[in-house]
Design a protein around this ligand. Sequence first.
Ligand SMILES: C[S@@+](CC[C@H](N)C(=O)[O-])C[C@H]1O[C@@H](n2cnc3c(N)ncnc32)[C@H](O)[C@@H]1O
Length: 290
Amino acid sequence: MDSVHVPVLVDEIIEFFKHIHGVFFDCTVGLGGHAEAILTRIDSSVVVGLDIDDEALDFAKKRLERFIEEGRVKLLKSSYVDATRVLKDLGISQVDAILMDLGVSSMQLEKAERGFSFNRDGPLDMRMNKQQTLTAYDVVNFWDEEALRKIIFEYGEEKRYARRIARFIVRNRPIETTKQLVEVLAKAIPDKYARKRHFATRVFQAIRIAVNNELENLKKFLVQVPTMLKPGGRIAVISFHSLEDRIVKEFFRTCFELKQLTKKPITPREAEIKLNPRARSAKLRVAERV
Ligand SMILES: C[S@@+](CC[C@H](N)C(=O)[O-])C[C@H]1O[C@@H](n2cnc3c(N)ncnc32)[C@H](O)[C@@H]1O
């Protein structure tokens, strides 16, 4: 197995889940890394895995083949927004554990044609679900300047240059590819500021969040958690930027049916980051259904 497909914070998650036996609901099954760890390391566990990306599901199906044959895994193409309905259709009233690993999978990032990476030249796509119609191309080429400024400011947390970047994008249309977008951003963002972090990071994040409606989807999912989870059951969420982490933190803090097990988020150890740089910004929060 290629090291890029190694799941993030896996030992820490198993530590929180190891005493649980029953149904694990992996709502972002992706390449199946966490699911494989749960099935291998936790006796009598079964996994229901969801994803909206067909390529990820195909990969996970192969990776988890032996467990599928044993009848311990069910993989379904569905958004986690529809989690309650999915469980109902399967005849499952409540689950024992829930896992969410938000963000982009390494496979999505690596494939230039998916358009997620500013390091690879590809079409402006960024859809996690290829059946969806809205693409990054539409956002970049058809949204008005104010709408672009707003997402770059809010979703990209680019406080200083959001207006200038939006203006440069609008002036340089049409923008067809990720490389062309990076070139426009390079012109919009002053060199001194750009050197601190890759200058395209925040803008790509903003567009991706907008295309996939990520923050709204997360909120719509979280409100379903108390009814989906058995008393004593646990939910673990890994987020990769502060906007997601804030939503999870706030929900765990204010939901009276959940008890936080991580007052501060758990972050990967140095050794893990060395092995898997994608883990660098990961934050894990865990809560228990009371
Ligand atoms: C970081 S990856 C998960 C990696 C996985 N934990 C593993 O070990 O391989 C996140 C996954 O969430 C999926 N995803 C994004 N939005 C989703 C949604 N609304 N419903 C279901 N899956 C979603 C993405 O397609 C992606 O495969």
